[in-house]
Write a protein that binds this ligand. Sequence first.
Ligand code: ZN
Length: 164
Amino acid sequence: MKYSGHFIFALSTIIIVNKIYFFNNFCKIIFFKSILGCIFTCFLPDLDHPNSIIGKKLKYISILFYKLFGHRGFTHSILSIIIFYYILNLIILLNIKISNYLIYFMTIGYTSHIIADMFTYQGVPLLWPLKWKFSFFLFKKKYIYKEEKICFLFFIFSIIYYYL
Ligand SMILES: [Zn+2]
């Protein structure tokens, strides 16, 4: 999936999460923090691809991940979501001030990437190290523009849902 698709999917997800959890307690600061936290991490699972946005920024780590797990391996699994969540919690233990909300939003951003990749033909190995690939099987072939359309429709849905 393209970066724009992941961006739109993460943004839509966080809009829906805000609506569900802060329905009676809307706060602009939390809303903007949630968007920033989510967008910041929504490209992170592609760290296992040296030519991705995040892979180019962290070249050596990216090459290491690519050699160890391959693209769409460990970093696209449930196990990686759990480890990512606990790494963020470790940051709190190091006395770096980061709110619990931000940790949730960053984890949601990371997870949104994996869910978005499930709309692709290739799918993702959710149960890594098992090699089964999980996909919503919407398309029999690689139609990247249809994936983009799904993300765009999800965005429209999130906006409508937010204002209901
Ligand atoms: Zn990916």
